[in-house]
Design a protein around this ligand. Structure first.
Ligand code: FAD
Length: 411
């Protein structure tokens, strides 16, 4: 934890969230991992009762009017519970972003407020069976008929498919236009024609009712359109911030949880008459892991500051993508190191490392795979470096034979 970087308000928020996290029943974690629960509704309700959901949103809609820099501190704390509960915790922050940034006052009143108070559960339905990375290939269709739209299609891997009260659904509203100008976003309430038809057997991240959502001529009132018709690309790009910032911050908490268990273990467990922490093979894994988590934290805090400051959107997009990629990769490595430090017992369910490891495998895949993050990072970095940059030193000229242009052959 970056004590010196945190403000008084952030420290007090962190302690408040720690109080909430400590009170979560262990049995809930176990029951979710055993798929005995389809959604941790009481957990979300309790977070809402404590005013800990959607912290960035305005107080008039149940939030606290905080910033990303604050919210990531809270999310890291919830992350120690694993991906299932952290995902349920951040879902109001994700779906709420679309409503807060693009919704009408009526939509905010009707959906944002109950989401942030924990009375209603929502899900984001973006991925389709035909693919998640290629968002603009969306095939789910919405056809306008007088005062409503008729939605038809399927969404895959939707956390909360089984139990959510409503869904943020992206659908094609123009079958002929260019992809970036053909998709719209809707709030789709559970009802006729809106069904979770299959729940997935997952390696980890269980208990969230992750399923295939089928829209079979679902009638959605026209007032449920979020933003402009055919205008969802703007929403999609904006949503990449909460999706990725929450994944990144939660990952740090997960890595931290595993590392703390393994570090304590290595201070007690003996081999060859010595505490195993005396072996560099063990303690250097702890050192690497602590460094990785702090580096991830630095990147996540930097990305949060960039977003909060309304920095150049390209730079924010790159930093958010770097934060998501680095923090999730780091968490995976840290949990893997933690398991190695603990030897065989780390692979059993006597310790929670194996559950965290199963959970952590997902975070490199969801909210945009880490390869998609690479694709965004390189794109934005090239854009930045190749743009004219006044007042920067031409370091290429700092070579003894720099003027030998005949040797600078590019083709
Ligand atoms: C448990 C779970 C929960 C999820 N929750 C949700 C949810 O609540 N809502 C939701 O909408 N989605 C959710 N997802 C979906 C998740 O975001 C997608 O699985 C992810 O974006 C990848 O999409 P895909 O599975 O279709 O893989 P694909 O898009 O088919 O990708 C397959 C492979 O190709 C690579 N690839 C694809 N395109 C590129 C490219 N341009 N450059 C480099 N590599 C590329 C990918 O990195 C990947 O390795 C969830 C997934 C899981 C497993």
């Amino acid at each position: 934890m970056f004590e010196a970087v945190l403000t008084e308000r952030q420290r007090s928020l962190r302690d408040e969230v720690r109080g909430f996290v400590s009170a979560v029943p262990r049995q809930l974690i176990l029951d979710m991992d055993a798929d005995k629960v389809q959604y941790p509704r009481d957990f979300v309700r309790e977070a809402g009762r404590r005013n800990l959901l959607g912290l960035r949103f305005p107080p008039e809609y149940g939030g606290r009017g905080l910033r990303w820099e604050d919210e990531i501190v809270a999310i890291e704390e919830v992350g120690v519970l694993g991906t299932s509960l952290a995902c349920a915790y951040v879902m109001p922050s994700i779906v709420g972003e679309a409503l807060n940034a693009f919704g009408t006052a009526g939509q905010k009143e009707r959906w944002l407020r109950p989401l942030v108070t924990g009375e209603k559960i929502a899900a984001e339905a973006l991925t389709e069976p035909r693919g998640g990375s290629d968002f603009f290939g969306t095939t789910t269709e919405a056809r306008r008929e007088q005062d409503h739209y008729v939605l038809r299609g399927q969404k895959r891997f939707i956390v909360g498919a089984a139990k959510s009260d409503f869904f943020l659904v992206y659908a094609r509203t123009d079958s002929h236009g260019p992809p970036h100008q053909s998709i719209s976003a809707f709030i789709v309430e559970r009802g006729p024609g809106v069904e979770a038809e299959y729940l997935y057997g997952l390696l980890g991240t269980r208990g969230g009712g992750t399923g295939r959502l089928v829209l079979r001529d679902a009638r959605v009132p026209a007032e449920n359109l979020v933003g402009a018709e055919n205008g969802a690309s703007e929403i999609f790009y904006r949503m990449m911030i909460p999706e990725r910032m929450t994944s990144a911050a939660g990952a740090i908490g997960m890595g931290r949880a595993a590392l703390e268990v393994a570090t304590r273990y290595s201070d007690r467990r003996k081999a060859f008459g010595e505490k195993i922490r005396r072996f560099q093979g063990v303690s250097f894994k702890v050192a690497d892991s602590a460094t990785l988590l702090d580096a991830a934290r630095g990147l996540v805090y930097g990305a949060a500051r960039s977003v909060d400051a309304n920095d150049d959107p390209s730079r924010s997009r790159r930093l958010v993508s770097e934060a998501k990629k680095f923090a999730t990769d780091a968490a995976w490595q840290v949990i893997n190191h933690s398991m190695q430090v603990m030897g065989g017992i780390g692979y059993t369910n006597v310790y929670p490392i194996e559950r965290l490891l199963r959970d952590a495998r997902l975070i490199m895949i969801w909210t945009g795979t880490n390869e998609v993050m690479d694709s965004i990072i390189q794109h934005e970095y090239y854009r930045e470096i190749l743009a004219p940059r006044p007042q920067t030193r031409d370091t290429e000229a700092d070579a003894e034979e720099a003027e030998r242009v005949e040797e600078k052959v590019y083709e």
